[in-house]
Design a protein around this ligand. Structure first.
Ligand code: IPE
Ligand code: IPE
Ligand code: MG
Length: 253
């Protein structure tokens, strides 16, 4: 069991990331190691999702973004793609009440128009139901690609410039951020990737500019509370300088 690092005064964890983003990789290998079909790995992965959401909710992490399906994942064999779509819809069915009860807002980022209609309908129900929830935001990246998201924000800027709704001298990083799917959300502080690969696979290319990166060999279905704490401890041990020098950074209170 990994010890929770708490402040001695109030037992509240200090220096927690506000926004954690996770590339949930390794479901297929988890299944293969057990001679199970890949979809069984995704099914087990859904249990890790539940654990990760509960971890963030109970520890006061306000934003959790989960990479569930990339624009590139459409190229997988059709039975896996359709199996994943069904799992997604089942996940919303089984978790929505609990998510709502816990005052969690559900969001999605990505090219939703590419998703099958039955999934889009489930998503819409979840978005509508949880729209006023405030304790935490759970974003699921679905049919998501960072490059596509950047192109689409660039086109929105172009349109605003042409229409005269925006002046060229007013185009800056925060305007650009606000036009991404994640508009209104803070950038991720901690980006975790399970499954051992050392890449970001088209995830949050803009938003992760200053995220602390954490990679673990654990396969996503095996990523539990202790593993999450290890990632948080690693995050807490880093000094985030944002381009400045150490001496300019105040030690945490
Ligand atoms: C991640 O697990 C889930 C999705 C990309 C949908 P994978 O399915 O990529 O698992 P591995 O990498 O093949 O083990
Ligand atoms: C990244 O995993 C996408 C998700 C976890 C949804 P992939 O398994 O698709 O990534 P690559 O192909 O190994 O880069
Ligand atoms: Mg993978």
């Amino acid at each position: 069991m990994v010890c929770r690092l708490t402040s001695s005064k109030d037992h509240t964890p200090k220096d927690l990331p506000v926004h954690v983003a996770i590339i949930m990789d390794g479901n297929g290998r988890w299944a293969k190691e057990r001679l199970l079909p890949r979809l069984e790995g995704h099914r087990q992965g859904a249990k890790s999702v539940r654990r990760a959401v509960e971890f963030c909710r109970s520890n006061g992490i306000k934003f959790l973004t989960l990479y569930a399906f990339s624009t590139e994942n459409w190229e997988r064999p059709e039975p896996e793609v359709s199996g994943l779509m069904k799992l997604l819809s089942q996940f919303i069915d089984s978790e929505l009440e609990e998510i709502h009860r816990n005052d969690i807002r559900f969001k999605v980022i990505g090219q939703l128009q590419r998703l099958p209609k039955f999934v889009r309908q489930k998503i819409q129900t979840a978005l509508d139901k949880t729209i006023k929830n405030k304790t935490m935001t759970l974003s699921v990246a679905l049919s998501y690609g960072g490059r596509q998201e950047i192109i689409s924000a660039a086109l929105k800027i172009h349109k605003k410039l042409v229409l005269g709704d925006l002046k060229e001298e007013d185009v800056n990083g925060s305007v650009f951020s606000s036009l991404l799917d994640t508009g209104g959300m803070p950038d991720p502080d901690l980006l975790i990737r399970t499954g051992g690969e050392l890449r970001i696979s088209n995830f949050m290319l803009w938003q992760a500019a200053y995220a602390e990166l954490y990679f673990t060999d654990l396969l996503w279905p095996s990523f539990d509370e202790d593993a999450f704490w290890k990632a948080i401890e690693a995050y807490r041990s880093r000094q985030r300088r944002f381009g400045k020098i150490s001496e300019q950074i105040l030690p945490p209170a």
